[in-house]
Write a protein that binds this ligand. Structure first.
Ligand code: SF4
Length: 119
């Protein structure tokens, strides 16, 4: 398909990439962002959880809903980098089961943290 439909080149748009067998939206967004530096946001489990906790997304029930909210509000030029910020923050600080809120530099701005403080 790469040869027949895309002249042997990896396409750059999410729409084209997701036409390729085995390429889902998350993978397509990663390729568009990392390879082509386009303002697309791949939402994995870390991005989904961290965005919701901080309050960057509101009531997003699916990765696609989260993606749409994130790309709407994050400035285009930092979206490819923001993807990595969110993943790394989720991997090392805002852990799924036990987030390290006391070590987190975002606590004052974090919706989850501030809600917990009130309780
Ligand atoms: S304060 Fe806690 S919940 Fe909020 S982003 Fe930091 S680690 Fe995650």
């Amino acid at each position: 398909m790469l040869i027949s439909d895309f002249q042997g080149k990896i396409p750059s748009t999410v729409e084209e990439l997701t036409r390729l067998p085995g390429v889902g939206r998350k993978t397509a967004n990663v390729i568009a962002s990392v390879v082509y530096d386009l303002p697309t946001m791949a939402v994995d489990t870390h991005v989904f959880r961290v965005s919701a906790r901080i309050g960057l997304t509101t009531n997003a029930k699916t990765p696609l809903a989260a993606e749409k909210q994130l790309v709407k509000f994050i400035p285009e030029e930092v979206i490819p980098m923001a993807h990595h910020w969110l993943i790394l923050h989720g991997r090392y600080v805002c852990l799924a089961i036990k987030p390290k809120c006391n070590e987190c530099g975002l606590s004052t701005a974090c919706k989850f943290y501030n809600r917990m403080k009130i309780k």
